[in-house]
Design a protein around this ligand. Structure first.
Ligand code: TRP
Length: 330
């Protein structure tokens, strides 16, 4: 089975990203042939700072490795290192409908916020479809907010297959459920780490241990006393989910263990479990991030593997679409 996902190099990674992303990527390494792409080309679709893009690309790569992706076994690379992505995007734009692209919720939302809307934002889902289709991915682990884009990638694959020739695997989205939604510690109705959620409610992957403990101590809890998951106790339910992510115990096991403890005791225990989870990750990250030579070496390794995997599909795209191919060396 082939697994592919793309991750945007934007902002500091949070515990929410870990729960819904990083740890899921690591788990997929056991399922088959996994490829993870840092989608730097997607990052330029909204206004951005070039210096930020540069550092965030290396930040994210370091975090992907620090959280457990094995760069030897799994392919981890930067999208701009493999020119097939930009090429596939142009070729696929021949079978991507203008009307359908205009109906993408994310385009309408993000486009509506900006004075200048880059055409790259409109074409964003075509580039994403190319990412996936170049690797003949069966499964795409992805956030719920990307459902519409994944549907579009499937439509593009089907349209290409029937118009030019059956060359693409039609991919399936995989939307992780368990612990995918870690909420803000200050506002359990808001996803952790989304813009607008408070700093105090957001645990960052690189927060120092005392900062993490403080955030958990001041987490909002509900009325009542029992440590029990329930719809009317969103604060405690969220802490139980976080404890489950940090320790691997099920919510039922956590309720059994802490059922009689007060909220204060439980908040401290969750904070300590999160520190224990994140400390080794932070140490690996800091070591790796400080060694740019090693990062570039590992990125080159990933790019080589990604080029080798995607090249035959790109070649078939050109051929079935009728292009005259240049002779080797021409
Ligand atoms: N659009 C995705 C997001 O915002 C990122 C992405 C780009 C992606 N290309 C992809 C995800 C290919 C999965 C597969 O999260």
């Amino acid at each position: 089975m082939r697994i592919f996902s793309g991750i945007k190099p934007t902002g500091d990674s949070t515990l929410g990203n870990y729960s819904g992303g990083f740890r899921q990527y690591v788990a997929t390494q056991e399922l088959g042939d996994a490829t993870f792409c840092i989608v730097d080309l997607h990052a330029i679709t909204v206004p951005y700072d070039p210096a930020d893009l540069h550092s965030r690309t290396l930040d994210l790569f370091s975090m992907l490795i620090a959280t457990g992706l094995d760069p030897e076994r799994t392919t981890v690379f930067a999208q701009s290192h493999v020119t097939a992505h930009a090429e596939a995007s142009w070729l696929l734009s021949a079978v991507a409908g203008y009307g359908q692209l205009g109906r993408m919720t994310q385009f309408k939302e993000k486009g509506g916020e900006q004075e200048f809307v880059a055409s790259a934002l409109f074409n964003y889902p075509v580039l994403m479809a190319g990412d996936i289709l170049l690797y003949q991915a069966d499964i795409v682990p992805i956030g719920d907010d990307q459902r519409q884009h994944l549907e579009l990638a499937r439509d593009i694959a089907e349209r290409f297959n029937s118009r030019f020739g059956e060359i693409f695997t039609v991919p399936n989205g995989f939307y992780p459920e368990v612990g995918a939604r870690i909420m803000s510690l200050q506002d359990p109705a808001a996803k952790m780490g989304k813009t607008g959620s408070s700093e105090q409610g957001t645990v960052r992957m690189l927060d120092a241990p005392d900062a993490i403990l403080k955030k958990f101590k001041t987490a909002v809890t509900d009325s009542g006393r029992e440590v029990r998951k329930a719809d009317d106790k969103p604060g405690i339910s969220n802490l139980i989910d976080i404890m489950s992510v940090a320790t691997g115990s099920t919510p039922a096991q956590i309720e059994a263990e802490y059922g009689d403890a007060g909220y204060g005791t439980f908040k401290v225990a969750v904070g300590e479990a999160v520190v224990a989870l994140l400390e080794p990750i932070r140490e690996r990250y800091v070591e790796l991030r400080s060694d740019e030579g090693e990062l570039l070496r590992l990125l080159a390794l990933g790019a080589d593997k990604a080029r080798a995997t995607s090249a035959p599909t790109l070649e078939r795209m050109y051929e079935t679409m009728g292009f005259v191919r240049a002779r080797d060396g021409a």
